[in-house]
Write a protein that binds this ligand. Sequence first.
Ligand SMILES: Cc1cc2nc3c(=O)[nH]c(=O)nc-3n(C[C@H](O)[C@H](O)[C@H](O)COP(=O)(O)OP(=O)(O)OC[C@H]3O[C@@H](n4cnc5c(N)ncnc54)[C@H](O)[C@@H]3O)c2cc1C
Length: 446
Amino acid sequence: MGASLTVIGAGLAGCEAALQAANLGVRVDVYDLKPQTMTPAHSNPNYAELVCSNSLRGAGRESAVGLLKDELRRLGSYLMDVADRTAVPAGGALAVDRELFAAEVTAALRRHSRITCHSQRICSLDEIGGPRIVATGPLTGEELYADLQQRLGQGSLYYFDAVAPLVAADSLDMDELYFASRYGKGGGKDYLNAYLSREEYYDFVRMLTEGERVIRRDFEPGEIFEGCVPIEEIARRGPESLRYGPLKPTGLRDPRTGRRPFACVQLRRDDRQAETYNLVGFQTNLTFTAQREIFGKIPGLRRAKFIRYGVMHRNTYIDSARILNAALQWKDNPEIFFAGQIAGLEGYVEAIAGGLLAGVNAAAMISGERMMTPSPRSILGGLVRAITTPVTDPQPVQSNWGLQIPFRTARQDPRRDLSRTESAEEITPWREMLQSRRRRVLLATH
Ligand SMILES: Cc1cc2nc3c(=O)[nH]c(=O)nc-3n(C[C@H](O)[C@H](O)[C@H](O)COP(=O)(O)OP(=O)(O)OC[C@H]3O[C@@H](n4cnc5c(N)ncnc54)[C@H](O)[C@@H]3O)c2cc1C
């Protein structure tokens, strides 16, 4: 097969798309800013960087994102395979060693005989012709975003998102921290917990609400993504809100009292060697000085060395309902596909899902084969339906059971076996189609 595809952006979506298309016999050119330059949130020279948390959220099929992972594995997702192989203990979640994960994905692209990687900032879609996948993510370079805006003919669509800090394990005071997972799930050493007394908790809430912020104004409703609200903004919503959010004490016992703690700060391992820990739910817009001062008041963190401070960023996405069809293809320019966060698929696993779909469909378009469009009875199809259905206030979408509500009677609970059975029924024919195409390519190349 002679035709080639260009993938712009080698993040989670772009890498999955490139590997999918290449293994379906298409030559792929991948363009990324890295390693020459980086967006404000990226720092690893490798591709497929997890910019904030190292968690891909729920591992089990009782959560919608867990079922999406299952669908992706069955469809032959390369990044899910790497995630499984680089997993670190994280209770009921799938978390990965971010360095290993990015290194393995990058190596897979670089050693693939049909993939060529280029370090280049793309400023306009005109720079490259032919079939393209735009997967430049939430921090798409300004020039390309302006170019897209002009072509797509819409006003800027963006909201703010925030990143949680990382601390060095050897700077933590282990006499004040306790290993435990909520409800004893997973391994006993998956999380470190700092238990706060009533006084410590309310003091902490007060400091958070008074702490100096980088973006000083109050945010408008809808300006911040609800799944990633900065910790100080949650504290501003009321003194109890953190105790029912990221500092909830449920499923834990303070060994000093044998009772449930008043509040708890959790630290999750960020790498296999347990050298760095992520402050769970501590995405923030506080200045670095305020983070050192305020987070340093948490028991066990008084001498904490910050490997990375929390930061807040612009987050861009297109109005997919107006622009894309169910194959993630631009309706007005079928040579161009969009994948990942820029298409409105919010979250690491959702970005991988978009990459898989766009990669498979771009390859299908090039080879004149049928495109993959799973029905919304699967989580993958439900996500695509959600972003391509017109609404007055388009927002990025994450996996959730509500995606399947239109296909349920009021008495059916989508969390039960029904969803899993239907997801399997929906995904199996596509899986067989892809397996047979990949086999054909393998036979033709050997
Ligand atoms: C600050 C922040 C924190 C987030 N935290 C989380 C989290 O904790 N958990 C979660 O599930 N999701 C999180 N997200 C949302 C989302 O899941 C991630 O951003 C995810 O990485 C999106 O994948 P992607 O492939 O669409 O984009 P990315 O992974 O960002 O990849 C885009 C790639 O395109 C490249 N690029 C950009 N512009 C150009 C250009 N002009 N030319 C060439 N290359 C370009 C970039 O260098 C990058 O490598 C976060 C998003 C942001 C912005």
